[in-house]
Ligand binder design. Structure first.
Ligand SMILES: Cc1cc2nc3c(=O)[nH]c(=O)nc-3n(C[C@H](O)[C@H](O)[C@H](O)COP(=O)(O)OP(=O)(O)OC[C@H]3O[C@@H](n4cnc5c(N)ncnc54)[C@H](O)[C@@H]3O)c2cc1C
Length: 445
């Protein structure tokens, strides 16, 4: 029998194994080689153990290498719709269109079914999971979580489908070298850390962002990877006074030339080394040392209205003729430590009386409180790695390497990443399913 080897039993590898084994229907060996002592450990750690496994509204535009991702997601949708009726068991024929979309937050509907109607608007990843029996619900910003609220329920449905379709888990098998076939129709050779060698007719490389480079054959361009989607380290003179304070604001990231690279809104958590929070995580994808974060501490007040807002507040606060210190002026608007930092940035002594001319520098500090970026804050908290195999070397309709027939690269091993919100796992599943199905088809020919 032909054999498909999947190197890496994380999100993309397991999705590839299920998709390939299901399509092959026993006519092909599907083996997942995993370095760890169990598969799916990376999945269990996601979403604080709850696994934000996808998003209700996936837009390829949020991804790095968006055109490639759009083509791949489109190809997967077409492929699953075309073969859906035979490839995916029909379920819940009475499902409403809202159900087929996997759930709607407005109604609290849970996702539970799929492809029988072959509706192209059905997201193929949601279709895949619904057919495995996963039930989920939607939280804020379209984030999808398993209904059981545990990442283990996502892993459970994947492993159980693997067992049902005959895919095999081979754990504690760290691949250290991949040799591609020397002639058309030849086999791949995979060497493991213990010296053993296995052979396969096709390979899906699903090792995540950290180790893909070591295994990718020469000739496939690959960039080094760096951790992103994590907290940022900044100059500490300001933040050391603000440790553990949270503010709700808008934050933009500007390069050394002042050009704004990206903006986010949400909670910002100050740490003694820098800043954290989802808004910061998302900006970290674009941040480099020397950039500046500009935090808008009054996002509800438009930039051109801020001075007016402060003048009106000053008038109100001093209406009874009492002198008002600058620090007292900010009381009730900002936490005291944040107020002191803002005054320091504006060059204003806190105890001095608030003068009319103070409003302009205060408004500037409130609307664009600056922090100089030094780098990533804590690599261990980063959710993805930026970089990896150059997407230009792969066919987006199959994820097969153009130069190495039979080799597929998926998930974070490719140079694709996205902001928080379930998009990274969505890509891992989608790319895994697409490659698994493509590989099964290739080996069936
Ligand atoms: C703390 C944390 C929380 C996250 N939360 C979310 C979230 O809620 N939602 C979301 O969308 N994304 C989240 N992510 C990102 C998401 O987990 C990844 O994008 C996704 O897991 C990537 O899937 P992958 O299969 O490419 O890689 P991985 O899931 O990392 O799997 C790679 C697998 O390959 C194995 N491996 C590596 N090298 C070898 C080798 N040489 N031989 C054999 N096996 C090997 C690894 O042990 C691992 O099991 C989170 C990430 C982290 C770190």
């Amino acid at each position: 029998m032909k054999k498909l080897a999947i190197i890496g039993g994380g999100a993309a590898g397991l999705a590839a194994a299920v998709a390939a084994a299901r399509d092959a229907a026993g006519d092909m060996d599907v083996v997942v080689y995993e370095a760890d002592e169990r598969v799916g450990r990376s999945i269990l750690a996601t979403g604080n153990g709850r696994c934000n496994f996808s998003n209700a509204r996936v837009d390829a535009g949020v991804y790095r290498n968006a055109t490639f991702v759009a083509e791949a997601l489109g190809a997967l949708a077409e492929d699953m719709v075309e073969s859906g009726v035979e490839g995916f068991p029909e379920t819940a024929d009475d499902a409403s269109p809202a159900d087929t979309a996997g759930g709607a937050s407005s109604t609290g509907t849970v996702g539970h079914r799929v492809l029988a109607d072959a509706d192209p608007s059905v997201d193929p990843v949601h279709a895949f999971f619904a057919d495995l029996g996963l039930v989920w619900r939607e939280e804020g910003e379209g984030r999808l979580y398993p209904l059981a609220n545990k990442a283990s329920s996502v892993l459970d449905v994947l492993r159980s489908a693997m067992a049902d379709f005959g895919a095999v888990e081979a754990c504690e098998r760290r691949a250290v070298r991949l040799d591609v076939p020397e002639r058309p129709g030849g086999r791949f050779h995979i060497r493991f850390a213990d010296g053993a060698v296995e052979h396969a007719d096709a390979v899906v490389l699903a090792t995540g962002g950290r180790t893909a480079r070591e295994l990718l054959p020469a000739g496939i361009p690959v960039s080094g990877t760096r951790p992103v989607l994590g907290p940022l380290r900044t100059a500490t003179d300001v933040v050391k006074h603000l440790n553990n304070i949270r503010v709700r604001g808008a934050v933009s990231l500007a390069g050394p030339d002042g050009r704004v690279k990206a903006c986010e809104a949400g909670e910002i958590l100050f740490r003694d080394y820098g800043v954290s929070g989802i808004a910061v995580f998302n900006l970290s994808r674009f941040a480099e040392a020397g950039d500046r974060l500009l935090i808008d501490l009054l996002p509800q007040v438009p930039e051109d209205g801020c001075a007016g807002f402060l003048h009106a507040r000053r008038k109100r606060s001093t209406a009874d003729g009492r002198p008002l210190s600058r620090e007292a002026f900010l009381r009730g608007m900002l936490l005291p430590a944040v107020a002191r930092a803002v005054l320091r940035e504006a060059g204003l002594a806190p105890e001095a009386p608030l003068a009319k001319r103070d409003v302009a520098p205060l408004a500037a500090a409130l609307k664009a409180f600056p922090l100089e970026v030094r780098g990533i804050g804590d690599e261990r908290q980063c959710q993805v790695r930026r970089g990896g195999a150059d997407v230009a070397a792969f066919d987006p309709r199959t994820l097969e390497a153009c130069a190495v027939p039979g080799l597929y690269v998926v998930g974070e091993a490719l140079d694709v990443d996205a902001p928080c919100g379930g998009y990274n796992l969505h890509w891992a599943w989608a790319s895994g399913i697409l490659a698994g199905r493509s590989a099964a088809r290739r080996l069936a020919d």
